[in-house]
Design a protein around this ligand. Sequence first.
Ligand code: HEM
Length: 452
Amino acid sequence: MEFTLPEYTRHKDNKRLDNIPGSYGLPVVGNTFRFVVQPFAVLDQNYRRYGPVFKASLTFQKFVCALGPDFIQQLMLDTSQSFSTRMGYEGPLGDFFAGGLLMRDFDEHKFHRRIMQTAFKTDAMRTYVELMHPVIDREMGRWGQDSGFHFYPNIKTLLLDVGARVFLGMDLEGPETRALNQSFVDMNDGILALIRRDWPGLRYRKGMNGRRALEKFFFELVPQRRGAQGNDMATYFANEKSEDGEYYSDQVVGEHLIFLLLAAHDTTTSALTMAAYYLANDQQWQQRLREGLQALGRDHLEYGDLGGAIPDLDNCFKEVLRMNPPVPMLMRRTVKEVEVGGFQLQPHTMLQVSPLYTHRMEEWWSNPHQFDPDRFAREEHKQHSFLWAPFGGGAHKCIGLHFADMLFKTALSRLLLSYRVSFAKPGQYPGRIQHFPFAKPMDNLPLKLERL
Ligand code: HEM
């Protein structure tokens, strides 16, 4: 089915926000540099000065910020079809996200989300857990031997390998996997470039070259997987048919796969890195989780152990995502005039809501800056259905949330059953955290792993 380019995509952002309180800060850069270092503090200062809805210039872009669970709910549920996800992400990320689900709105989005249906059904998910175990065992088995062990680069490599196996069904040690991983890393790096021009010598060009290499690879891979048997996501996607009984084109499927890899990789890398950081600091919680896992009497989690089956592990997952949501700000652009928090927003106005801020609001959470997984046992998050929203909600709600749950719990359990984890040096907590594009300790988390 062909969808024509919606009319609202042809407009520039509305920058006339005179009716909205707030300040843009410095010319061009606004408050970007402070925001990147202390996002919560900057949002909190604005919230206290101007109220929950204000204008700001953060991340080199002018937009309206609406803080709190009500606004996450309004934007995510979008009952009046007022907010374009595509135009929210187009400016900063459009070149890299091209063709991905977040770059499609309304009916077109619904049509495309179907491509991913089979790949995220229970039977498929069950097999992914089985595919993950040997990769995680192999990689983690090599850890801990090196005295300069840093958690972040190691979990990143491990998760790239899990991705190659589960998403693409590829041989892990092959040169093709290494080249593919490199293109992927280059693309991720390009996303951060300050000068956003595809010109020789620039970081952005390197990122776009990574993207082009991935496109070439995927557009060739998809036809090879048609009619093939396989329990990896690429094979599921390639064999999915539309309601008219037609395969989706190689380009459409390839672009969805690239976006999926992007959406899956850094988010789970960040969550596991921050979990290791909090648990290295909190030995009591680490031991409590380990004992709970040992009590199962298995050295591997099974599919049935995931979801909410082991409450401590589940609460720990939730708490890590509360403290440092891998997607800290959710972006949208209005497609028509709409009221938000008592303010009329004109069409084409950029708007952001923030899990990062909402997850630490004192009005809702007890000791919000403290790592305390038991708050989920006390059901603090149940006061509002969008108070804890690391996966967004509504039509664009993360399609990989159960997959992320499985991967997080499978990898964390393997780690805790294999090693006692502590900081490599004194003074690592509280450490300096890099918040963008994804949370991780600035020092890449040097850890001491003692084999159990
Ligand atoms: C802890 C890990 C993860 C977090 C916190 C996370 C968070 C999110 C959020 C907040 C959104 C919605 C963005 C918006 O509405 O603006 C989203 C969308 C998405 N995520 Fe995730 N994600 C995670 C892992 C994954 C994984 C593992 C996959 C794939 C296996 C995945 C695939 C996607 C896709 C395809 C979308 C777009 C959905 C749509 O537009 O319909 N994510 N994710």
